[in-house]
Design a protein around this ligand. Structure first.
Ligand SMILES: [Zn+2]
Length: 417
């Protein structure tokens, strides 16, 4: 076989709380094999018919998983990369296709084995923010991360960077509220699959999911913020459809791990709570948009609807905020300043606060307070039921998360104490 001109051109790594991602930049796709060795723990990557033409990354001595990476030619034409590990790992690998920022890539995710089960660490840690009771838990999702930079500004500002800064500022503000607690879905520069983001929010028992992004458009004049809720029926405009497509493509760019598909969400039953979730999402979106209007220009005066994957939790009200257009020079400059980031965060917080001030207790708590249930019979009206049980109509609606007095025969409702 003729000597190959395939090359490993670059090496990057991203450290997430539960795994480390190694990315080998390639000139073209390769045949490869990944396996682990013990005593001491190592990961070996054998690549066929390729040369090494990159700089080996250096890992800090405090890195939890990797201590050293080295490489050597093998069988004259092949390549072996060895990663010295501090702990045994489960490795998952896949190839990614080129995008605007990167060419072909081989991605290897290293999940430290837990001492107990040898499974990836996903079951060990309970989300810390689920600990405290009687607080509204706000999941704050900074879009993109790691291999997926998101949109890019004229000066090279990256969406993944500014949205994380805004998300962190929002988390601080949320945690200052006596009745709220923030859960940051992403805490650093690494990628999380879109389904995984929803799953993490659910594990944290989130009452609200806020995804933070920065828009980009080919027309540099486009500016202002927009707020989105999920639409299953169709996007409210062509631009919204286009945007949803590009945001949903994040998984292709950032790379989902293999266990990110299906999972818990696939088995979540879509029930009546979905209507409630839709209403609540629209309400909080309108409040947030109102406050962003106070900050300056908004791109769309109405709450927008689009099929964003990340908003699809059936039971957690979810919104997506496009904070500004990073493709607009003016807004790019603003997005970089901590002052403006703080303003955006505070506008979002105000919207969230107003929304929660109109909400009653989370449904789980509500149900615990309910004493009895009643099955609706023919001829019943909600007000008659309220009267019969000596409760107010409003408390009856509240405890059942009802927006109207409509009831159906056979429906079971909670009667408050
Ligand atoms: Zn985005």
């Amino acid at each position: 076989m003729a000597a190959s001109n395939k090359k490993v051109e670059s090496l990057r790594f991203w450290t997430a709380p539960d795994h480390t991602r190694l990315v080998l930049g390639l000139t073209s796709p390769v045949e490869y094999k990944v396996f682990t060795l013990d005593n001491p723990p190592r990961l070996v990557v054998d690549l066929d018919n390729i040369k090494f033409n990159a700089k080996l990354p250096e890992f800090s001595s405090t890195h939890k998983v990797v201590s050293l990476m080295r490489q050597a030619p093998r069988n004259k034409k092949d390549l072996r990369v060895v990663i010295d590990l501090k702990t045994s790992v489960n490795a998952k690998s896949f190839l990614l296709k080129p995008n605007a920022d990167y060419g072909h890539r081989l991605v290897i995710d290293l999940y430290p084995k837990s001492s107990r089960s040898g499974k990836p660490q996903r079951t060990i840690k309970k989300a810390p923010s689920a600990v405290k009771n009687n607080k509204w838990i706000v999941a704050i999702d900074a879009g993109h991360g790691g291999e997926d930079p998101g949109a890019k500004g004229y000066k090279g500002t990256r969406e993944k960077v500014v949205v994380l800064e805004i998300a962190k500022k929002l988390a601080v503000l949320v945690n200052k509220q006596p009745n709220m607690q923030a859960y940051l879905v992403r805490t650093g520069d690494y990628y999380i699959g879109l389904r995984k983001r929803m799953e993490k929010a659910r594990k944290a028992k989130a009452d609200l999911f806020v995804s933070i992004h920065a828009d980009a458009f080919k027309d540099q004049r486009a500016r202002g913020s927009s707020v989105y809720v999920l639409s299953n029926r169709g996007a409210s405009s062509e631009a919204a459809r286009w945007l949803a497509k590009s945001e949903n493509a994040a998984d292709l760019v950032g790379g989902v791990s293999l266990d990110d598909k299906g999972g818990m969400l696939a088995s979540v039953l879509l029930d009546l709570s979905q209507n409630h979730t839709e209403d609540a999402s629209a309400t909080v979106a309108a409040e947030v948009l109102k406050n962003l209007k106070g900050l300056g220009h908004v791109h769309k005066k109405q709450v927008q609807r689009a099929g964003f994957m990340v908003l699809k939790s059936p039971d957690i009200p979810s919104i997506l905020v496009e904070t500004a257009f990073i493709s607009n020079r003016n807004e790019e400059a603003k997005l970089r300043t901590p002052r403006h980031q703080a303003k955006v965060a505070s506008a979002i917080l105000k919207g969230i606060k107003t929304y929660f001030s109109h909400q009653h207790l989370p449904s789980a708590q509500t149900i615990r307070l309910a004493k009895a249930t009643y099955k609706i019979k023919k001829g019943d009206t909600l007000s008659a039921i309220a009267q019969r049980h000596r409760v107010s109509l409003s408390s009856l609606k509240k405890v059942n998360s009802m927006r109207s007095s409509k009831i159906k025969v056979g429906q079971v409702i909670q009667i408050p104490s």
